[in-house]
Design a protein around this ligand. Sequence first.
Ligand SMILES: Cc1cc2nc3c(=O)[nH]c(=O)nc-3n(C[C@H](O)[C@H](O)[C@H](O)COP(=O)(O)OP(=O)(O)OC[C@H]3O[C@@H](n4cnc5c(N)ncnc54)[C@H](O)[C@@H]3O)c2cc1C
Length: 399
Amino acid sequence: MTIEMTFTEDQKALRDTVARFAKDEVTPVLDEMDEKEEFPQKTVARMKELGFFGVPIPEEYGGLGMGKVGYCIMLEELGKVDASHIAILAAHTSLGTSPLLYYGTEEQKQKYLAPAAKGERLMAFSLTEPGSGSDSGALVTEAKEEGDYYILNGSKIYVTNGKEADQIIIMASNDLSKGTHGGITAFLVEKGTKGLRVGRCEKKMGLHGTSTAELVLENCAVPKANVVGGVGKGFVVAMTALDVGRVSLGAGSLGGIQGAMNQALEYAKNRMQFDIPIVMHQAIQFKVADMAMHVLALESMVYQAAAFQDKMGYDPSKWSRSDRLKKSRDSAIIKCLASEWASKAVTDSLQIHGGIGYIRGTPIERAYRDARISEIFEGTNEIQRLIIAADMIERGWVQ
Ligand SMILES: Cc1cc2nc3c(=O)[nH]c(=O)nc-3n(C[C@H](O)[C@H](O)[C@H](O)COP(=O)(O)OP(=O)(O)OC[C@H]3O[C@@H](n4cnc5c(N)ncnc54)[C@H](O)[C@@H]3O)c2cc1C
């Protein structure tokens, strides 16, 4: 077992590039983005130019070929300054491109994955419905076979990037009697397809740079060639994408904790009360120490899990059952822990800021509103605990 964790020169260079971009280009637009609740077009365009939309995708499909480790480095660095940019990238990459990368045909990879990796087409992923959230097998959007097409009818909700995406992975039921085992199919649906329209866009507590859209499907004809991963295999496709998503969410939270910690330290070193900087009070120090402990733990967890996913490769037919189970267990653990530690970090950092932390427009106030969703989306933390417990019951702890 290799236990040393070092980053390559390429990975370090990527970290530097993202850190510079986050500081020089993202930070200045955040106040306006948050206040106006607008998708950050300018910085998204820059992320496309910089290759950020294809970091983990192999070069043969238009990406940078830097794997999940590179992808997590990018999200960690961006997470230090903003969660909206992460959510846009993650909805596109973890959830949008993963189904194509792991389960797409060669033709689908050339036609849809490559332009997505190059940043020419933004992606989204649509599983959730009004009556089907945690219980994703209960989705009722129907896909009826008709000649060379599937005709989709139904309503999907809470789709990140739903308003802006050029192509969307949409989960629909090919057979309502079957549920997760054979009843769900993943479809690649292009924007502009007749019968697909963007409905209501939600107003949210945080993540103001992202759209969270309803998608309405009314007799939307999708070519059979756009079935991703086979008819009835959609649940496996979705869960594979979510395994990637949950580790990447951990990377974003790892950055978020560092951002909250840096802000707390900066403020506490300068804020005087009782004639000393408040950082001298142990009550403040304990909070910062907790953040540092969580950063160290997450660094190991996130990058080990990312490296493990890279080692498994992109062909699911070659994966062993034990590797699959480990991948899902570890990504659930990371998602759960990282999001809860991030919520604690922003709460504690805001407390260290005192009253000013509650004032609209301070970075910690935005970070506090942004962080909460990570305990909910990509599967709530209750669902993550169920995944972890089911594996413990079946296998106990296995390395
Ligand atoms: C900002 C935002 C962005 C999102 N982006 C996307 C996206 O891009 N694509 C997409 O498909 N979806 C997206 N979602 C949907 C998100 O993944 C779901 O909201 C989430 O999975 C929870 O589903 P739900 O809201 O229906 O809650 P419910 O499933 O109704 O859960 C409500 C509560 O009950 C608990 N609960 C449910 N079942 C159990 C159980 N068996 N045991 C214990 N507790 C249980 C839950 O943990 C939760 O606390 C997004 C949501 C938001 C708010």
